[in-house]
Design a protein around this ligand. Sequence first.
Ligand code: FAD
Length: 258
Amino acid sequence: MKAPPFAYAKPRSLTEAFDLLERPGAKILAGGQSLIPALNMRLSSPGLLVDITGLPGLSTIEARNGTVRIGALCTHSQVERSPEVREHLPLVAEAVAHIAHPAIRNRGTLGGSLALADPNAELPACALALDAVLIVAGKKGERRVQASGFFKALFETDLKPNEILLGAEFPKATKSVFLELARRQGDYAIVGLAAARRGAEKRIAFFGVAATPILLKPTSLEQAKKSIPTPNGDLYNSPATKLHLAGVLLERAWTTLS
Ligand code: FAD
């Protein structure tokens, strides 16, 4: 199918972008790897696409003191190849390699993935496990949101209409584990897990089990197992199968994190 008709604008500054986003029916377009298929399937019909890929300063990856800041317009491929991400955020480096295929990773962005909040996506779970801070801008200025308060419901985040996600700051974490079960390499996960250790604390974020990624901070493996919520089933896997698979991933992750 073809997308319904829409107008298109490519602002060159945040001020221009915020003005455009005030128009009725305006929607942000980044890599287009989720939004354009949704338009083509007529699941969305915005009157104006505001293409933010021309905004300056949102495509950099910077390691500072204890964090790595990744700009919202960094593509998954850029994140995958980044030496800073590989060194300080091995969890994110491993996770992005599981996102779709190279053609999609070449265009899809970190900001798009976090803003979309697909419950089966890898990066929202990484943001939760690493306790990332998301940097959001609106006409009145910037605000910072902990990942734990950002993912509100199915495809719903703390972003207000007309706000733009500028990037995310991830605390450096070298002790981590990423595990994902998918039908084929590049498919969305059936169930997956992003986990990191911070001091004595184990932070385990499941994806593909509920409407949002779910963060557990268990003190024992038994407690962790009991805390996994009964997952939603999908076309091929029952809730019981997914719960079993989540438990298997958890046991594997526990050994690596301990
Ligand atoms: P877009 O499609 O441009 O936008 C997505 C949504 O986010 C829109 O609502 C848009 O308005 C909003 N948005 C985008 N950027 C911002 C911003 N900076 N601030 C505020 N709002 C913003 N993803 C996975 O995680 N795992 C997978 O396994 C996976 N498999 C895929 C397989 C296929 C075949 C396809 C087509 C896509 C797949 N994706 C997968 C999705 C892909 O990762 C997308 O790139 C990502 O979800 C959205 O990023 P984008 O830059 O393309 O955003």
